[in-house]
Design a binder for this molecule. Structure first.
Ligand code: FES
Length: 517
């Protein structure tokens, strides 16, 4: 594609380190680590939008709630989202009608519309200043094949009573054939909104612990949440909002979920942005919305380049592709931010929210939101609150993790697991010749140490960090993620820091450190 802005593209303008705009524009309170045994009625594990909203709702219902987070609150996917609050989850409704039937497809829409309504009401009731703006959401295409798909999706909207239209023009300076709009969706600053929910939770008597890692859960009438350092929290209900469930209970969730990584950049543009939230129907996916930077400048958030975790090209290339799109479409005045996020996807594209299994009625999970965590995380919190307080909720059956549809689940299941086997075997056989000595400062790679594959990162001061690249979950070989400076597992999405600490599960043990002789 040629473009008037192309000649100005300069990859050196890219921020040196990944940092989310949301995190850069707010200060959040910090909370202590739990260092003793405790009791509670409900333990919520995971401090993202689902965990914080669930904890708030349960405390408001009068329950004694403890929220534990392995790292910092709101620092996972919630702090790295594009923060669109919408029921337009890409092209989904035509597929849902075929897989689940019209009634469930309609429930899926309503659950997300309810979530948007709940967020809006919270903002109004508590006067939360969080840059909330109503926006129309668009899926656009420049291909004939996807135009037909958009027409089918509009037919699904009409069957389900969703307020939408097909249009031939949008307010983005790119050629399109067609776009499907869902009216009156919204965008906000997720951390400004959730900061208020955290304050309300604490005012209601809730307790939060950060840097508190859950090792496992001992099931029973009074389940015990066991922390990595051996302390326990005894409770009546455990809610896992930690992406991969903090306790699997032999349900093998890692075979029913796969991890995707995607990228976001924040740029100040040369062209004026005329509003709306957009996503392309076809690949390469491009997601666009605006935000307001701390000093009042208009920032464009451009996302895309999604791939299975640990299986992408060189990470910087993904940012460069988004940078090129931004430059060609809007012109970049300043490249202010870049960051990435990991999302989990279920076999049938509908999240798992509800009882972990029928034999553990007091342990709940919420996971597999694809890329739609703002509405789905809120819908999950509302459902979990109702399940724990024994209120009827129309969405319980739709989201139950107990479901296993034969089509297309089984096909996806086989493909996913064949993919895992490929990485399990392929990674082991891969020959690496690179030596740790050849690494420059701030460079990481798979290297050969004493004839064996190892992971090496030389930090900015020149210190070398060596780890065993065998993932501690089930033994696949982790790959270097240059963008985030982490070791990522291509099999089920575990991530480890450059010196091996667990950043994201399902792995719970760190990578082994290697001492160089
Ligand atoms: Fe399962 Fe690595 S996450 S083998």
């Amino acid at each position: 594609m040629t473009n008037e802005h192309n000649e100005h593209l300069n990859t050196n303008d890219m921020p040196q380190f990944p940092e989310s705009y949301w995190w850069d524009s707010i200060t959040l309170p910090s909370f202590p680590k739990l260092t003793e045994h405790r009791e509670a009625e409900v333990v919520v594990v995971g401090g993202g939008i689902t965990g914080v909203t669930t904890a708030y709702l349960l405390a408001k219902a009068g329950l004694k709630v403890v929220l534990v987070e392995a790292g910092r609150l709101l620092h996972g996917t919630t702090g790295h989202t594009t923060a669109k609050i919408t029921a337009q989850h890409d092209l989904i409704y035509d597929e849902l009608i075929h897989t689940f039937g019209q009634e469930k497809a309609q429930l899926y829409y309503k659950a997300n519309a309810d979530a948007l309504h709940f967020i809006k009401r919270m903002i109004e009731d508590h006067k939360i200043e969080c840059d909330f703006h109503e926006q129309d959401a668009y899926i656009y295409t420049n291909s004939d094949t996807y135009t037909t798909k958009l027409e089918k999706e509009l037919a699904a909207y009409e069957k389900l009573g969703i307020h939408g239209d097909l249009v031939e023009q949008i307010a983005l300076p790119i050629p399109i054939k067609s776009a499907l709009v869902m009216h009156k969706q919204a965008q906000f600053h997720p951390l400004k909104y959730l900061k208020k929910l955290v304050e309300l939770f604490v005012q209601l008597g809730g307790t939060i612990y950060e840097n508190t890692t859950v090792e496992t859960v001992e099931k029973g009438e009074q389940p015990e949440v066991v922390l990595r350092d051996g302390h326990k929290i005894t409770c009546k209900h455990v809610v896992s909002c930690s992406h991969f469930p903090c306790y699997d209970g032999m349900r093998f969730y890692f075979t029913r979920l796969y991890a995707n990584r995607s990228y976001v950049i924040g740029v100040k543009s040369e062209k004026r942005y005329l509003g709306g939230m957009y996503i392309s129907a076809e690949d390469p996916k491009r997601s666009v919305r605006s935000a307001t930077s701390a000093n009042g400048d208009n920032l464009l958030l451009i996302g895309g380049e999604s791939h299975k975790t640990g299986q992408g090209i060189c990470m910087i290339k993904h940012y460069e592709a988004l940078q090129a799109f931004a430059q060609q479409t809007f012109g970049i005045e300043e490249f202010a931010y870049r960051w990435s996020a990991q999302d989990l996807v279920t076999l049938d594209n509908v999240p798992y929210i509800g009882h972990l299994s029928s034999s553990t009625p007091n342990i709940y999970v919420a996971t597999g939101y694809r890329k739609w965590g703002m509405s789905t995380g809120t819908a999950a919190a509302l459902l979990l609150r109702d399940m724990i307080t024994r209120k009827e909720n129309a969405y319980e059956e739709l989201y139950t993790p107990a479901r296993f549809h034969l089509v297309p689940d089984v096909k996806t299941f086989v493909v996913q697991n064949a993919d895992v086997a490929k990485h399990l075997i392929g990674g082991k056989l891969e020959m690496v010749s690179k030596k740790p000595e050849s690494l420059s400062n701030d460079e990481g790679a798979a290297v050969s140490v004493n004839g064996k594959r190892a992971g090496a990162y030389r930090d900015k001061k020149g210190n070398l960090h060596l780890v065993d690249t065998t993932c501690t979950h089930l033994g696949c070989e982790v790959e270097w993620n240059e963008g985030e400076r982490s070791w990522d597992c291509p099999c089920h999405g575990s991530r480890f820091s450059y010196d091996g600490d667990v950043l994201e599960g399902p792995a719970t043990e760190p990578l082994k450190k290697i001492e160089q002789s």
